[in-house]
Design a protein around this ligand. Structure first.
Ligand SMILES: NC(=O)c1ccc[n+]([C@@H]2O[C@H](COP(=O)([O-])OP(=O)(O)OC[C@H]3O[C@@H](n4cnc5c(N)ncnc54)[C@H](OP(=O)(O)O)[C@@H]3O)[C@@H](O)[C@H]2O)c1
Length: 299
């Protein structure tokens, strides 16, 4: 596909607009966004990374995920450059380190992220993973930032079912908008209880590493005969099937990271793939849903 083919870009954008996920506050988001881990770390790749993010935004992958941790702020700086004159087109997500999530640190950590990102607010601020700071304190910090307009919403990341239950029972915990966890066809642990719990509570999941890091976390995803058969049927690549699988329900937002132009396009195009019940059953046979509780997969 030619990158200059505006009609095709528009078609991709429309298919993304049709695959939306709704946050508890009623905000609609396209179910495929963009990750940025490792971006901004190598000066030689910076221009390419900026262009990749900008192409993704143009195609409608408006959710951009970063974190203060990534490259010690380099990812946020790169995202800031990519967003110049485009801030209003993006739903910007960053994450706070657990050791910065207490009342003594969270405001400064957020200010520093805002500075690196060149913006005055985040659309969503996530606790990167659970640390030693009591949940109640992090919630209070998040709520203060929200009242000051520095963040519009907050959520968590790498929380398992028991953590989510505890969060809901903590004062203010029900204001959480999402939980970002590892989820791909080769790592389905959350299908046992965490994802059903989220569905019951109408709380979307954000799926990180949805391509199993380009297949490197699970090589089988690139060569499995069932995935190949389904990808041939839709005339797409195996990892596009893997991505379409991740967003098969309407409460998962996948955030693949891509620097290669063809990867950005392929990921956006995956929104147009609607897997049938038959496809899903075939995939379940090779990559079965867990039948018992699995520890949350984390990288
Ligand atoms: N909350 C957390 O604890 C946590 C943890 C990990 C990740 N994350 C977030 O989730 C994002 C995504 O996860 P990830 O970066 O770990 O892995 P990923 O998105 O599963 O995979 C990224 C890799 O896949 C390649 N790729 C992208 N699209 C492709 C396609 N269509 N076909 C073939 N290869 C493709 C990329 O190559 P190129 O870049 O060369 O195009 C890159 O090497 C991160 O960037 C980060 O924002 C969050």
């Amino acid at each position: 596909m030619s990158l200059h083919d505006d009609d095709k870009k528009l078609k991709i954008k429309h298919s993304l607009e049709k695959r939306v996920v709704t946050l508890p506050d009623g905000t609609f988001l396209p179910s495929i966004g963009q990750g940025t881990w490792y971006m901004g770390e190598n000066p030689e790749s910076k221009n390419k990374e900026i262009k990749a993010l900008q192409l993704g935004i143009e195609l409608g992958m408006k959710v951009i995920d970063t974190a203060e941790m990534y490259g010690n702020g380099d990812s946020e700086r790169l995202v800031g450059e990519a967003l110049k004159a485009r801030r209003d087109k993006v739903f910007l997500v960053s994450k706070v380190y657990p050791h910065h999530s207490g009342l003594d640190m969270i405001e400064r950590a957020c200010e520093n992220s805002l500075k690196r990102l060149g913006t005055d607010h985040l659309d969503l601020y996530l606790l990167h993973w659970r640390g030693r700071v009591p949940l109640a304190e992090t919630i209070e910090g998040m709520e203060r930032l929200r009242k000051d307009g520095k963040i519009l919403r907050w959520g968590v990341s790498n929380f398992d079912t028991d953590d989510m239950k505890e969060l809901m029972e903590t004062d203010g915990g029900k204001k959480c908008m999402t939980n970002q966890v590892l989820y791909h066809l080769g790592s389905r642990g959350i299908d046992y209880d965490l994802l059903p719990w989220h569905q019951e509570h109408n709380l979307p999941i954000m799926a990180y590493s949805p391509l199993a890091q380009g297949g490197s976390l699970r090589r089988q995803l690139l060569s499995d005969p069932t995935i190949l058969e389904i990808s041939e049927k839709y005339n797409v690549q195996p990892l596009q099937i893997v991505l379409a699988w991740t967003i098969r329900s309407n409460n998962v937002i996948a955030i693949p990271k891509a620097v290669q132009e063809e990867h950005v396009l392929a990921n956006a195009q995956a929104a147009a793939i609607q897997l049938t019940r038959e496809d899903l059953n075939k995939l379940d046979e090779v990559f079965p849903k867990p039948v018992r509780k699995m520890p949350l997969d984390i990288i």
